[in-house]
Design a protein around this ligand. Structure first.
Ligand code: SF4
Length: 451
């Protein structure tokens, strides 16, 4: 059966991290897990001493590097291992164990700065808690984010605060939402972890978690099945709790449905936990990664499911722009002019190096030569003199007046004009082609600079 899901080059009906990274870097990129000696406020007594009931002795860092080695040594050891399979592969430094922003700013600098300009390392991924991100830390992360690709991973597990109390998560869903918003305001990509099969949770609760996060400005998600690991609180209490352990089919059917409620632009970093067999008490189907992934593909195909099928967040129009731009992955500088959905802007931020958004009635103060006044757009000479613009999308302006040509529109650059009606515009010295077609009763003009 044909795969209706467009962000996929295989039979996957969801957007895999591998697909995203290949589209972005043009080659294999993998994460290298590191252990940076952090602790966790949910284990050291600051919030509680017990920790989340499922959390292992390694602070959910089963695959992290050797703690007796320096971070760089851990990184190169991990990189070498991965390069046996992908010799040209590049890495992302993944700070996995415990809470990796729970420390002084100086300590954070000593961990992260060394990976910013490092050859063979294209980004940094930091696992942490939403309540360990104060303003100072967020501004440091925002600074890192301007220099390399940064991902912040937050363990939500569930949006249900009653369950969160039961598993001793130690913070509310509201705290999580506030952290996501602050990170997104700084263009930082957020990856959310959720767990299916938590005590007392029904399928409805698990779907609700997805619905609750679907409209937040998140970049990615990791799905996990609840594992009962040795030496955890859960291993002691799971019999008392009379916990139902999801079997493979139950779990995958739930994930398949959850994916259908997830917007198609959200990247799915994993669909299940990589369990270490020797530490696992249950379930036992959970350590066969490839077969689990293949079975999910079959279930989704048999049920005609795909990511985003039941989600209607982006308007049809925003969705079109997103898809259009997504196929042009070589673009770097994008300008959006007019009203656009916030989630769309955040999504585009994932793919463009530099996204600038100019709203109605605001001047670009830095250049003062792109003006939006009373819903008229005026572009004057030498806008963006220093940067080559790859795409400009202009949404619903009454008039567009371009007083000079756009000398730095890149060779493959495009201007897309979107309007409810015919608009007038003037433009000199650009040889262009216009493809006009009707889309949902709006007009789209695509102007492409010819070589
Ligand atoms: S917040 Fe993370 S490291 Fe801390 S107890 Fe929970 S799962 Fe473990």
């Amino acid at each position: 059966m044909n795969n209706p899901f467009i962000f996929s080059d295989s039979n996957k009906r969801y957007q895999t991290f591998d697909y995203y990274l290949k589209s972005k870097y043009g080659q294999k990129v993998f994460k290298v897990s590191l252990n940076a000696h952090f602790s966790c406020p949910n284990r050291d007594g600051t919030i509680s001493k017990g920790g989340c009931i499922f959390c292992s002795e390694s602070g959910s860092g089963e695959y992290a590097g050797n703690i007796t080695h320096s971070l760089k040594e851990q990184y190169y050891e991990g990189l070498q291992k991965m390069r046996k399979k992908w010799p040209m592969g590049l890495g992302i430094a993944y700070f996995q164990s415990f809470t990796n922003t729970y420390g002084s700013l100086d300590y954070l600098h000593s961990c992260y700065d060394q990976f910013i300009d490092m050859t063979d390392c294209v980004g940094i991924s930091i696992a942490t808690r939403p309540d360990c991100l104060n303003d100072q830390i967020i501004s440091y992360l925002a600074e890192i984010n301007t220099k390399t690709d940064l991902y912040i991973e937050l363990g939500l597990q569930t949006s249900n605060d009653k369950t969160a109390e039961l598993i001793n998560r130690g913070c509310k869903f509201e705290t999580f939402k506030n952290a996501v918003r602050k990170l997104a305001q700084n263009n930082i990509k957020v990856v959310v972890h959720i767990i299916n099969g938590l005590p007392n949770e029904t399928e409805k609760d698990m779907i609700n978690t997805i619905k609750d996060i679907a409209n937040l400005p998140i970049f990615g998600i990791k799905f996990h099945c609840l594992n009962i690991l040795k030496n955890t609180m859960l291993s002691i209490v799971y019999k008392e709790l009379n916990l139902h352990i999801l079997d493979k089919e139950e779990y995958l059917k739930i994930v398949s449905k959850q994916l259908s409620y997830l917007p198609s632009n959200i990247v799915v970093e994993r669909i299940n936990t990589d369990a270490v067999r020797k530490d696992l008490i249950a379930p036992f189907w959970n350590d066969k990664k490839v077969s689990v992934s293949n079975d999910l593909d079959k279930i989704m195909s048999n049920n005609s499911e795909f990511q985003g099928k039941n989600h209607e967040n982006l308007t049809v129009f925003d969705d079109f722009i997103y898809k259009f731009s997504r196929f042009n992955t070589s673009y770097n500088n994008l300008i959006l002019i007019g009203d656009f959905d916030m989630n769309l802007i955040i999504s585009l931020n994932n793919y463009y190096y530099n996204v600038k958004h100019i709203m109605h009635n605001k001047n670009d103060e830095s250049q003062n030569n792109i003006l939006v006044e009373n819903n008229n757009l005026i572009i004057n000479k030498n806008y963006y003199a220093l940067h080559s613009i790859d795409m400009i999308i202009i949404n619903n302006m009454d008039n567009i007046i371009i007083n000079d040509y756009l000398p730095y529109l890149s060779n493959n650059g495009r201007i897309i004009l979107i309007s409810n009606k015919d608009i007038t515009y003037t433009m000199q010295d650009i040889v262009y082609t216009i493809n006009k077609y009707i889309f949902e009763e709006k007009y789209i003009f695509e102007i492409k600079k010819s070589d």
